[in-house]
Design a protein around this ligand. Structure first.
Ligand SMILES: Cc1cc2nc3c(=O)[nH]c(=O)nc-3n(C[C@H](O)[C@H](O)[C@H](O)COP(=O)(O)OP(=O)(O)OC[C@H]3O[C@@H](n4cnc5c(N)ncnc54)[C@H](O)[C@@H]3O)c2cc1C
Length: 381
């Protein structure tokens, strides 16, 4: 009788999206041997379906904003060490209504006291620095220098291989993990690994490993529709990540503004379709000159495998208010799904000693994961 050999690593990570990569990298930098599993041979999850916005400006001032800046520093480290494309593009919230302009002015006034780096630009200043903006009825803009652009599919694939090349992380891509009974991790391909620690970074797969814990955690799924253009002619660039007035209602950073409820009330009263589909409009531009555009938010029972053309039309209508893209033809459409908790920005659970579930922080996984993983390892050396 042959006995299957038990394979060995200090740390096993399930899921090679950005959360799993962050936990694997943090472990490897601490000298741990790491095995990294993903059920798909090439990355398919939320980590390759997003805007590629590293977006500190969307984080609440204080601890979260500082954590986002630490994550940002890790991306720049990866630019140097792994050759990941990461552009220090900054961001622009461009607004076309007086109540939104009031929020930007208030936020810019509060920002120094909150430790947030940003400045208010008049319409003339904004157009001078960002000529791609649509000038018609532009009221003003908020510029933040801290945002980075990455190209998610390329960055995630590169990171997986960088971990193997630079840190000896063992990649098991195309291998699903089917069970964990610490210290053992079992795969669908019949391998058994022994590990001191295991991280379950399985994104929106709540059913395979520890389904009861996922149910108890109160996490939901959220679907977002996305599009991108082809490369823009003549080297045309937006010049920064772009967001508009609707985004003020989306990220918690602007909750500190007394002027925000007026915007929310107007949006609720006058833009029912945008509210119904949870639409706010953002655009990023990647290293190939393609403009990535989104997004909407539909939850659980409202999620269909089939995308809604009316959502795409609403997004593009709103974007035209801010941007005249030289070649606006849509080259690709897709949707992504992320895990969302009603209140928490990050969810962890320890279903067994040494086994940690680490669930992505909704729309901020690219922005926050390196900081979250670093902080976790600092607290649990
Ligand atoms: C459309 C969209 C736009 C977004 N835009 C941004 C943005 O611009 N900036 C930002 O900061 N955040 C953004 N986000 C959020 C961000 O993309 C997510 O928070 C993040 O990618 C989640 O990472 P993850 O590793 O948890 O999930 P995933 O990338 O989905 O990775 C989970 C992985 O686990 C694997 N897996 C699951 N179960 C198993 C198993 N049992 N065995 C083996 N493998 C398994 C899956 O195959 C998958 O590869 C966006 C999200 C979406 C959907």
């Amino acid at each position: 009788m042959t006995v299957a050999t038990e394979l060995r690593a200090d740390v096993a990570v399930v899921g090679a999206g950005i959360v799993g990569l962050a936990f694997a990298w943090a472990a490897a930098r601490r000298g741990r041997s790491v095995v990294l599993f993903d059920r798909t041979p090439t990355p398919q999850g939320a980590s390759v379906r997003n805007f590629g916005m590293i977006w500190p400006i969307g984080q609440p001032p204080g601890e979260s904003y500082e954590r986002a800046l630490r994550s940002r520093a890790r991306w720049l480290e990866l630019k140097d060490k792994a050759g990941v494309w990461a552009e220090e593009c900054g961001s622009l919230h461009a607004v076309y209504r007086a109540d939104e302009d009031a929020v930007l002015r208030e936020f810019a006034e509060l920002a120094p006291g909150l430790g947030v780096r940003c400045e208010y630009l008049t319409a003339a200043d904004a157009l001078g620095r960002f000529p791609a903006l649509n000038p018609r009825e532009l009221m003003g803009a908020l510029h933040s220098p801290t945002e980075l652009a990455v190209n998610p599919p390329a960055a995630v694939a590169r990171l997986q291989h960088f971990l193997a090349e630079a840190h000896g992380v063992q990649l098991r891509l195309g291998v699903a993990v089917t069970g964990i009974e610490m210290p053992r991790v079992r795969t669908a391909s019949g391998e058994t690994w022994r590990a001191d620690r295991a991280f379950v970074c399985s994104g929106t797969d709540f059913e395979t490993l520890f389904p009861a814990e996922f149910t108890a955690a109160g996490i939901r799924r959220c679907k977002l529709q996305m599009m991108r253009t082809g490369p823009q002619p003549g080297g045309w660039r937006v010049g920064a990540h772009l967001a508009g007035g609707l985004t003020l209602c989306h990220y918690t950073s602007f909750e500190v503004c007394r002027t925000l409820p007026t915007v929310k009330a107007r949006v609720a009263a006058t833009m029912p379709d945008y509210v119904k589909y949870g639409i706010h409009v953002m655009a990023s531009q990647n290293d190939r000159g393609e403009v990535v555009i989104g997004d909407s938010h539909e939850y659980d029972a409202d999620m269909s495998p089939f995308d809604k053309p009316e959502i795409d039309a609403l997004i593009l209508d709103y974007l035209r208010e801010m941007l005249d893209i030289p070649d606006p033809r849509i080259a690709a459409r897709w949707h992504g799904v992320y895990a969302k908790h009603p209140t928490k920005a990050f969810v962890t659970a320890e279903p067994q000693p040494g086994c940690v579930i680490a669930v992505a922080p909704s729309s901020t996984g690219m922005t926050m994961s390196f900081g979250i993983a670093d902080d976790w390892w600092e607290a649990n050396p």
